[in-house]
Design a protein around this ligand. Structure first.
Ligand code: COI
Length: 346
């Protein structure tokens, strides 16, 4: 029999809808009541009936996670750092005194939802964004100083492309030394209130300076932006703030630091000031890391009414190299030496 030539694969990049606006037609859901979690179910996506006195509406008892599943050429899905995200959600729930999701329950909910929606996962570089969310549902408007003893845990699935409009173009950040990213108590908790706190300063800065994000640097201490962690990168070093309770402990941050070590970079987790930052960006690249942001270059800082380019204002080669190292694992082009992927098939 004549041998056919191998098929020519042409990757066409179809523009995706705006990040987070399109949803799969099912969600995973479980409820906590009378001291225990009920069974999880996969249900058609529909509005949730909620008592208007629910704790979450009044006292912000809510936390969430964000991570991605990728569809490989073998037709199976791979979820990136599922178990680490589940563990972070448990820490967030604990800090908000919400019922802590059982890890097997939440892991199973995510896997079942990915299996159900596997055909909706777009090809890399797009992916399926997964959004587990935990809310306090106790109907009690007197419970400002009491925890919600009832809760709903659900997982949304959303096919996504780039988070920042315009793709991986270098971003512009306002360096703000007046506001903190969050509070000492909640900085490392992935709770909606932290994003609410960043919203006003971010909208003001967008309008006034045309920036993409605000880099929160209270008293000159460089923390993170509203949507991502912040890194400085040279040919042989990555500098980023060490973990403390003032900011979110990003899984992409941790992954980039691990890959940077693998590639021979020195990883320097240290506090640094705005003044140091402004000097260093003459030679260091700057980047934002996050599940949604992946590793996005920063091209310009705005500080004290001045625009300061990061190196030449373009995307740097080391940022590109580290992003590729991460994406190669996520897309199945490099071995998963750290054991970060969870396989799901139909
Ligand atoms: C993520 O990167 O997954 C986040 O949760 C940040 C959010 C602003 C999209």
């Amino acid at each position: 029999m004549a041998k056919l030539p191998p098929p020519v694969l042409i990757q066409i990049r179809i523009p995706m809808a705006q990040f987070g606006t399109v949803f799969c037609d099912h969600l995973a859901i479980a409820r906590f009541k009378d001291g225990g979690w009920g069974d999880a179910a996969i249900e058609p996506l529909a509005p949730l009936p909620m008592h208007p006195a629910s704790h979450v509406f009044h006292y912000a008892s809510t936390c969430f996670e964000g991570f991605k599943a990728y569809r490989w050429q073998d037709g199976k899905a791979r979820i990136f750092r599922l178990h680490d995200h589940v563990a972070r959600m448990q820490r967030s729930a604990k800090s908000l005194h919400l019922p802590i999701p059982d890890p097997d329950l939440l892991t199973g909910m995510v896997e079942d939802l990915v299996r159900k929606q596997i055909d909706d996962i777009p090809e890399p570089p797009s992916s399926l964004y997964l959004r587990p969310t935990l809310i306090g549902t106790l109907p009690n408007i007197g419970a400002a100083a009491a925890p919600s003893t009832e809760a709903t845990l659900f997982v949304l699935a959303s096919p996504v492309g780039d988070y920042f409009a315009g793709g991986a173009r270098p971003l512009k950040l306002l360096v703000a030394d007046t506001y903190a990213r969050s509070t000492e108590q909640l900085g490392s908790t992935k709770t909606g209130g932290n994003y609410a706190a960043a919203l006003g300063p971010t909208l003001d800065a967008k309008e006034k300076y045309g920036v993409d994000q605000v880099l929160f640097c209270p008293g000159g201490d460089v923390q993170e932006t509203g949507a991502a962690n912040f890194l400085l990168i040279s040919d042989d070093e990555v500098i980023t703030k060490p973990l403390d309770t003032s900011f979110l402990h990003g899984m992409t941050r941790a992954s980039i630091l691990a890959l940077a070590k693998d590639l021979g970079y020195r990883v320097n987790e240290r506090d640094f000031t705005v003044q140091e930052l402004l000097e260093w960006v003459a030679t260091y690249e700057a980047a934002l890391s996050g599940t949604a942001a992946t590793l996005t270059p920063v091209g310009t800082l705005v500080y004290d009414e001045r625009e300061i380019p990061v190196r030449d204002g373009g995307a740097g080669p080391n940022t590109e190299k580290l992003r590729k190292a991460l994406q190669s694992i996520q897309y199945g082009d490099a071995p998963d030496v750290h054991g970060w992927l969870t396989e799901v098939s139909q």
